[in-house]
Design a protein around this ligand. Structure first.
Ligand SMILES: Nc1nc2c(ncn2[C@@H]2O[C@H](COP(=O)(O)OP(=O)(O)OP(=O)(O)O)[C@@H](O)[C@H]2O)c(=O)[nH]1
Ligand SMILES: [Mg+2]
Length: 606
């Protein structure tokens, strides 16, 4: 066994927005990755379009810096609970983790989740209390961190963690918050001293477990992984051990290591190195690359199961095929099955209907990001309301639960408690801070949280924040009323008119304005009552001699409510669908004809 003293492999893990990607920015900037006059955007690792638009990390990504002769491979991970699978799958590449905790917010649900995963896999933690420029009670935050380590059963070595205080945004880290620092070297020193150097057998046959797959327009598919045993050369012939137990022959094209934001070509790499490999066209996550004559697969970490599912189907609305480039069942099938090859916590199943696929994910955002990506690529399809996945455990029907933290100005505590009470939330703790805010912790069934975020924002005038993480299965808590307001459904196909909408807008909220093409059974708004309301929004005013159509201008319309993709997903009921195309997102009844819907309703009532 050799110890590779000049390499460290570490992942940055934390709750969403605690500053992981910003910390990577600071490390890269101070390590001469950019030219001195180069204009560098913030959160440079959040490189894909959706990440930049939403300001969150979605995919885990590799980078590396050299510090005092040590190569530190760093993996930035997403903090949103729905992308927890990304964190799980990359942990096998690292020996230690940097657990980032926001100095003011303290430990949050996803802090617990990612730390639990890291500790159970035996990774050595370093704690960084970040955003100390914001103030906060550092002792209280530290107490929270220590409590969490103990509660999660950290071993003695893990419990003996080092703490660094930092402001990633200001670019400094210090071992003692009362001592001023001007750069990140305190953190880099702790990484080098605390994160174990990789160990392994340099002489043995090659074993590299693939934890990430990337794509490069010149060299094609690239597998990223860590060499667990032996060494590898570019252009070497190897055996790929697939997850189904079969092996195949392959030849490595180019071999790379990470250098700042780039992949740098290397001729050779060995135990402990994190490498990227081109040339194996069908390489997948979980596969092991071995020496040609010595196939010896490594087990891939078990990833937590998905908790919600949604039907994806071919668009069959009257407007089908008009806006999308890829519209057939074959297109949809190929795209979905391609996704699950790299999106490790997602699953796809075929159904009895060849036009419909069941997609399983870790949460609404997990699925909505896929939907958004697909529509940008030119796909057109329909999706159903997300449903949580129940399980029967020891003969008892169980449902997924969430740990939920809601942080609100104290005056809104009453509103939040009563709404969450109705949704079967159980209050676990309540903690007022000295800034007029209160942190409420709940345990709540996942299904009861669907659609709550909007309500919470309305109830707290936009001042509340909330975060939740999967907290295991518990016996089913019984039915709750899912939606208290019905849909406003188009009576006929046509173009919406000012007149028709004006008549419909009383006691309802409209999603559409005038001059929009609609079809019978399309949903154009929400009723103030529980049942659906059929409206004729295409109605033209009867022209008489004395009144000209021009007087429509006098009919003032309230501007339509624009709903985001996630809001639409939360809004639709079981008998409704979301029609998604590159240009539009429409809501519709599954059964478009009013008469047929009424018949179905009468049948179900019997
Ligand atoms: N005041 C202050 N703000 C910070 C600091 N570090 C990060 N931020 C801000 O916090 C926000 C979130 O930062 P990110 O780096 O995107 O956080 P993240 O942990 O990567 O978020 P996800 O990847 O989505 O989980 C940004 O607005 C940052 O500017 C800090 O040290 N001080
Ligand atoms: Mg990030």
């Amino acid at each position: 066994m050799a110890v590779i003293e000049n390499v460290r492999n570490v992942a940055i893990i934390a709750h969403v927005d605690h500053g992981k990607t910003t910390l990577v920015d600071a490390l890269l900037k101070q390590n001469g990755i950019f030219r001195s006059n180069e204009v560098v955007q913030d959160r440079v690792m959040d490189s894909n379009d959706l990440e930049r638009e939403r300001g969150i990390t979605i995919l885990a990504k590799n980078t590396a810096v050299n510090y005092k002769g040590v190569k530190i491979n760093i993996i930035d991970t997403p903090g949103h609970a729905d992308f927890g699978g990304e964190v799980e799958r990359i942990l096998s590449m690292v020996d230690g983790v940097i657990l980032l905790v926001d100095a003011v917010e303290g430990c949050m649900p996803q802090t617990r989740y990612v730390l639990k995963k890291a500790l159970s896999l035996g990774k050595k933690p370093v704690v960084v209390i970040n955003k100390i420029d914001k103030g906060g009670d550092l002792n209280k935050t530290m107490d929270g961190v220590i409590d969490l380590f103990i509660e999660l059963g950290a071993n003695d070595d893990q419990l003996d963690f080092k703490t660094v205080y930092a402001s990633a945004r200001a670019g400094f880290a210090t071992n003692d918050p009362s001592v001023h620092a001007t750069d990140m070297s305190a953190l880099l020193d702790v990484i080098v001293s605390e994160v174990p150097a990789p160990e392994g057998d340099v002489e043995g046959g090659l074993q590299t477990i693939i934890c990430n797959v990337d794509y490069d327009e010149y060299v094609g598919r690239i597998g990223v992984g860590r060499i667990v045993r032996g060494s590898v050369k570019d252009a070497e012939a190897v055996t790929v051990c697939h997850t189904d137990g079969t092996n195949s022959y392959a030849k490595i094209g180019k071999l790379y290591q990470f250098e700042g934001l780039k992949r740098a070509e290397v001729e050779r790499a060995s135990v402990g190195d994190i490498i990227a490999i081109s040339g194996i066209a069908d390489i997948n996550i979980g596969e092991t690359i071995c020496s040609l004559n010595q196939p010896d697969p490594l087990p891939f970490v078990a990833i937590d199961e998905p908790t919600i599912s949604m039907m994806f189907m071919v668009n069959n609305s009257p407007f089908a095929g008009k806006e999308g480039k890829f519209v057939t069942s074959r297109h949809l099938r190929a795209r979905l099955f391609r996704e699950v090859q790299t999106n490790v916590s997602m699953r796809v199943e075929e159904t009895d209907n060849t036009d419909t696929f069941k997609v399983f994910g870790r949460g609404e955002l997990h699925l909505s990001i896929l939907i958004e990506e697909m529509r940008r690529e030119g796909y057109e399809f329909q999706v159903s309301r997300p449903k949580v996945i129940n399980k029967t455990i020891d003969g008892v029907l169980c449902e997924p639960m969430e740990d939920l933290v809601v942080d609100v100005p104290t005056e809104y505590v009453g509103a939040v408690m009563s709404k969450l009470g109705e949704r079967r939330g159980e209050l676990v703790s309540m903690d007022a801070d000295d800034r007029g805010g209160t942190k409420l912790t709940f345990k709540i069934p996942s299904r009861c949280l669907i659609g709550y975020r909007n309500e919470m924002l309305t109830d707290t005038k936009g001042f509340g924040t909330m975060a939740s993480t999967f907290a295991g299965y518990e016996p089913h808590k019984g039915d709750i009323k899912e939606r208290t307001r019905g849909s406003l459904v188009c009576f006929e196909s046509g173009v919406t008119t000012q007149y028709g909408l004006f008549n419909a807008q009383e006691r309802t909220t409209l999603f559409v304005g005038a001059g929009l093409k609609v079809y019978e059974g399309m949903i154009v708004g929400v009723n103030s009552r529980e049942d659906d309301l059929v409206v004729n929004v295409c109605k033209l005013k009867h022209l008489t001699n004395s009144r000209a159509s021009g007087s429509d201008d006098a009919l003032k319309l309230i501007p339509p409510t624009q709903m985001s993709l996630e809001q639409c997903m939360e809004f639709i009921a079981d008998d409704e669908l979301l029609e998604v195309t590159p240009q539009s997102i429409r809501l519709r009844k599954k059964i478009l004809s009013h008469d047929l819907r009424m018949k179905e309703w009468a049948k179900n009532r019997k």
